[in-house]
Design a protein around this ligand. Sequence first.
Ligand code: NAD
Length: 357
Amino acid sequence: MSFFREEFTARSAAVRVRFGAGIRKAVAEEMETLGLSRALILTTPPQSAMADEFAGYLGARAVGRFTGAAMHTPVDVSEQATALARELQADVVVAVGGGSTTGLGKAIALRTDLPQIVVPTTYAGSEATGILGQTENGVKTTLTSPKVQPEVILYDAELVATLPVAMTVTSALNAMAHAAEGLYARDRSPLSSLMAVEGLRAFRDSLPKVMAAPTDPAGRGETLYGAWLCGTVLGQVGMALHHKLCHTLGGSFDLPHAETHAVILPHAIAYNAVAVPDLLAPVTDLFGHGNAGLGLWHFAKDAGAPMALRDLGLTQSDLDRATDLAAANPYWNPRPVTRDGIRSLLQAAWSGAAPAV
Ligand code: NAD
């Protein structure tokens, strides 16, 4: 790496991270450390049993629960949960779940400045960022603010052990996308690149182990370690083509979040590898096949990931509009974003073909 000949600025958030199988049970201790006594527990409806479990760990410190967290953080749900937090005079939110639940905790923090303790149950990585995406009237907007950066993260491998195998794979590829794009980010630093490579390495080694033994805490622990690193990269540097494409496909065609990341990742990385082969060389070293995008494509295929946008509900006739949307509003990418380039990329991703290299 040639960092020592370049200038860089490194940003790190002040976050307390605890890691370990069963560490969720330390949630009351964490509140104590922060001098907090009134927790509002957040989950999605399918994970409401987790709210009961955490109320058990917190005893009188649990003053309420809101189990209505929803995908893409709808503003009306956030307003409702914020009103409950105010009514209960909560002094902390405890968010237990994936990116949707973490997003709700962040939305409450944005409105109230309450601290957040996050207990992730997927690999999405939102807990490690100061980024919040919100939806209102069908439009998703994203903001970055220190106000939404969670203060404490409890990474407990026992909680991801329940993640169904299909979601395990797509969520892992979602996390890996943060790291892969982080490697060529304009605002990368030596630290963010080290974390990106180690995060990708952790998933490369542990995902096959988790597929073979989904409830084994050792394999799950290593995936969660990868999620922490990849999420931290997302919190430190800007993203490019891959995230823009996923944002377009999710926002305008309602494609599912993690699955879309899983399909697009190899294609976006192959597209950019033409421009920055050196920066993506660590990905080629880790995943083989002589090209970063191709290596990731084979890794995803071997893991049983969805490989084609057509299987996620996108029709062939949507591809032109998706291309126009993704090519509009020029944004930074290491390789110029051309209409023809994006159209061919999307065609391959739609049909499930290997990325062009
Ligand atoms: P999710 O939080 O939407 O969860 C999907 C479903 O899986 C939910 O029903 C949830 O209850 C369930 N689930 C979660 N963990 C489970 C487990 N261990 N066992 C069984 N079921 C479980 O999914 P996600 O992919 O984690 O998050 C996606 C959302 O997060 C998107 O809205 C995305 O934009 C956002 N996100 C934000 C950031 C950020 O930095 N702001 C980063 C990544 C993702």
